[in-house]
Design a protein around this ligand. Structure first.
Ligand code: KG4
Ligand code: ZN
Length: 359
């Protein structure tokens, strides 16, 4: 039977997400004000627009999550809120509102690290013991880590330049996929995934594996993006394409590009598994990889991780799509995990502890 209920608030990027979650892992109430459609029109996240929308939506989002839970804020045990990393002014919208609620209702506050929340949310509905491997791939982040405990993470590798979702969004924009009605409202990565399914001859495009000779676990996607742009420019000049025309090879290009992203991520993950084996970081009877972040929604990319997992004896999980992308549920759940262990529970959060970057 549930004993603890927590309100979670997420505003680090472009989604205003709130949720009420209990310690059995049940989502009691939930709300998500996504700015995706708006930013697609502007071609990427516009921080000032995101800020205005967070400010307009934060109260609505909290009220909706509370109302749908059939609880009152006075019955909730604590308020968990993302304090790092993310866009500073956006983080502050969530933290200021959480502080206001905490004062008004005399509730403790639990600061949450956005990446840790992505990493832990799978434990909400599945028994996954520490330590396990985490692969976070999204529009804003790219990292491999060992989750050793609720508040203990070892970073194995990270993106040296662009995040995978970011380059998928850039390539989708360069390919003008949003001119195709079917893709017009999809995030870039999703549009590429759907287009790639229609490929007939993806082998006509070949992209080199980034960092192929490096033995660490870091990622680099910017060279891949440049190669795709170059291939496209070549095709456009062959066809004499002007303006918003789409080259006929677009599906093949999407498939080849998606495969290259998948292979790079799988290759770096394999490096991480080899490192963990060598350093004895993961016990042999509990080998798990959790993949999360918006790009984890991609089936081709996920399957390439599953393949590496199978080869190395790891179970590979990802949360359902709506919990892979940014959401309030993962923040509330991380609050539950911290509350259970009585860590990071404060009567107030200083705004100077809210930071865009964090280890
Ligand atoms: O986690 P998320 O909602 O936000 C952050 O970036 O933190 O991830 C959004 C990213 C976008 O770049 C989007 O293009 C990508 O996730 N994405 C996908 C798919 N669905 C969303 N990328 C590849 N395949 C998908 N199916
Ligand atoms: Zn995220």
């Amino acid at each position: 039977k549930a004993k603890v209920t927590i309100l979670g608030i997420e505003t680090s990027c472009d989604d205003t997400g709130c949720a009420v979650v209990d310690d059995t892992g049940k989502i009691l109430g939930e709300s998500l004000y996504s700015q995706n459609d708006i930013h697609i029109r502007y071609g990427g996240v516009n921080p000032l627009i995101a800020y205005e929308l967070h400010r307009n939506n934060i109260e609505l989002a909290v009220n909706k999550a509370i109302q749908s839970s059939n609880l009152k804020i006075s019955n909730i045990d604590a308020i968990a809120v993302t304090t790092k990393p993310g866009m500073l002014i956006n983080l502050q919208v969530g933290v200021k509102y959480a502080k206001y609620l905490a004062r008004k209702f005399h509730k403790p506050l639990i600061p949450i690290h956005h990446m840790e929340a992505h990493a832990l949310v799978t434990r909400m509905y599945q028994t996954i013991a520490f330590p396990f491997i985490v692969l976070l791939i999204s529009g804003g982040h790219c990292l491999l880590a060992v989750a050793k405990d609720v508040d203990e993470f070892l970073l194995l590798g990270e993106g040296l330049d662009n995040a995978p979702g970011e380059i998928m969004d850039k390539v989708a924009r360069r390919l003008k996929l949003k001119n195709v009605t079917e893709y017009s409202l999809m995030p870039g990565g999703k549009a590429i995934e759907v287009a790639a399914r229609k490929a007939l001859n993806p082998e006509q495009f070949k992209f080199p594996l980034p960092l192929a000779r490096y033995r660490d676990c870091n990622f680099s996607f910017s060279g891949l993006k440049d190669s795709v742009f170059r291939s496209l420019t070549k095709k456009e000049s062959e066809h004499g394409t002007i303006g918003d025309e789409i080259v006929p090879e677009v599906n093949d290009l999407c498939a080849a590009f998606q495969l290259a992203v998948a292979e790079h991520i799988a290759h770096r993950t394999e490096r991480a598994l080899i490192f963990c084996e060598k350093e004895d970081l993961i016990s042999s009877h509990n080998r798990t990889i959790i993949v999360s972040g918006g790009v984890a929604c991609n089936d081709t990319i996920f399957q390439s991780i599953e393949l590496i997992g199978k080869k190395m004896g790891y179970r590979v999980y990802r949360p359902p799509s709506r919990l892979c992308t940014d959401n309030g549920v993962m923040i509330a759940w991380n609050g539950i995990e911290k509350f259970r262990k009585q860590i990071d529970i404060f009567s107030d959060i200083d705004l100077s502890d809210v930071t865009p970057i964090a280890p």
